[in-house]
Design a protein. Structure first.
Length: 464
């Protein structure tokens, strides 16, 4: 039996530091807050007071970003009596009966948006407009699944809608405002659509969570997509995407492949990115000639030779900031990667240029055999051009839930050590996203690379 070398640590899940309050403490603290407030307090004040310190319901945060102001929950008719004085600009209801909708409208909340909460109100991933069947069908475009189970569920939803389903049996939600929201005014100013409909998608990764909004006409025509970051880290990513899209649009050869930026800036105190939609079919999960062709176009726009030591120092700086969190095994792995990189790349330049940063099947579409690419949040203007190829293969491996051997395309003599640096750099990003499974996969791949088990394909084999 072959045993790992002494330097090779065992593959174990990465422990993440616990920063959230214990569940029992949160419940106890929440009950104490409820007992401390007056029983006559208006429901929207009680709702705010009952939130644990420093926290806010995910759904409430998303609705606040959508409405552009604090939102007050309305559970039944009695809650409306508190809306006469100091009434909030927006309200929402988790059980919007026809009677309650009319009562809310009589209070002056004439701008109403009704949604289906999917899969549930407790875990709201998508909010689908219910105005008409065209809107429901168009809203399904906000999510393009690759796993067959989710694809089957989506096709079932589309089929039910086409034969007359309009949301019965699905939890509903109502958001109402007295005037047009800042987002509605922005959409009208940019697209001239006075009555837009919206489908909302709430991100899964807490650290970089954002609200993605599909903007549509009442006919279901998709006008574009908005991104509203919900955390500081997400704001930095969305701002980076806006900067990159603006620069890429200066290259005519790339315009058919990327979304056009419609607006990027402040909207009622929130940074908003508004971009055109990319129409096409789901991108393939295997690396094809379309992928290679697009990456070559990107390399042609901007390529520079960067001293390898600059890249190594940049990766080392980011790695040293997070290594203590991961423990001694990861620290040894990182140190060995940096030691080998300094030895093997000494005095060599690396080909760098524009990379997407999250080049994966779920960020691609295909239209007339042309690759379309969106979600440029992790893009970099000067990074090793091979990293997008590495990322695609690693992500498809992760998507398929496999840790087995796979062949990585090799186009440069520096690719093997560059792959190790890519993995180390990716760990830093996955830690920021709190993606433990992806961190564990990177560990597996690094150990395999150290053991010489990573298979590579030459450029001629790739072309074939």
């Amino acid at each position: 039996m072959n045993h790992p070398s002494p330097r090779t640590p065992r593959i174990e899940p990465v422990p993440f530091p616990k920063v959230a309050w214990p569940y029992r403490f949160r419940l106890q603290e929440r009950e104490e807050v409820k007992k401390s407030v007056s029983s006559t307090m208006p429901i929207f004040e009680l709702h705010a007071a009952a939130q644990p310190f420093g926290t806010e319901s995910l759904l409430t945060r998303a609705l606040r970003s959508f409405a552009g102001s604090a939102v007050c929950p309305i559970r039944h008719d009695k809650d409306l009596t508190y809306l006469d004085n100091d009434a909030p600009a927006a309200v929402f209801s988790m059980s919007p009966s026809t009677k309650l909708k009319m009562a809310i409208r009589k209070k002056g909340y004439s701008q109403q948006h009704a949604f289906l909460a999917v899969p549930s109100r407790r875990v709201p991933r998508w909010l689908i407009p219910t105005q008409n069947r065209c809107a429901i069908l168009a809203a399904t475009q906000i999510y393009e699944p690759h796993k067959w189970v989710m694809r089957l569920l989506k096709q079932s939803l589309i089929g039910m809608t086409r034969i007359g389903w309009t949301g019965w049996g699905c939890p509903k939600l109502l958001v109402a405002t007295k005037d047009m929201t800042a987002l509605e005014q922005l959409v009208e100013a940019v697209t001239s659509e006075p009555a837009p409909l919206f489908a909302l998608s709430i991100g899964r990764q807490a650290a970089v969570r954002k609200l993605t909004i599909q903007v549509m006409r009442p006919t279901g025509e998709i006008l574009g997509y908005m991104k509203l970051p919900l955390t500081k880290a997400a704001t930095e990513r969305v701002r980076n995407e806006a900067r990159v899209l603006q620069r890429l649009w200066d290259f005519p050869s790339l315009r058919p492949h990327i979304p056009r930026l419609l607006y990027a800036g402040d909207c009622n105190g929130t940074y908003v990115l508004f971009q055109r939609s990319l129409q096409g079919t789901r991108g393939p999960t295997t690396f094809t000639e379309m992928h290679r062709s697009f990456l070559e176009k990107m390399r042609a726009t901007h390529t520079v030779r960067v001293p390898a030591r600059n890249l190594i120092e940049a990766v080392a700086t980011k790695w040293e900031a997070v290594a203590p969190v991961l423990g001694t095994e990861w620290e040894h792995l990182g140190q060995e990667v940096l030691r080998r990189a300094n030895r093997e790349l000494e005095g060599r330049p690396l080909r760098c240029g524009v990379i997407h940063g999250d080049f994966a099947p779920w960020n691609t579409r295909v239209c007339e055999r042309r690759m379309l690419l969106f979600d440029w949040e992790s893009s970099s203007w000067e990074a090793p051009t091979s990293w997008d190829t590495f990322h695609f293969h690693v992500q498809t491996l992760y998507f398929r839930g496999r840790n087995g051997a796979f062949k990585m395309p090799k186009r440069d003599m520096n690719d093997e050590i560059s792959f190790m640096l890519y993995l180390l750099n990716a760990v830093v990003q996955y830690l920021a996203e709190e993606n433990q499974l992806a961190v564990s996969l990177c560990k597996t791949l690094l150990i395999r690379a150290f053991q010489g088990k990573q298979a590579w394909m030459t450029d001629s084999a790739v072309a074939a």
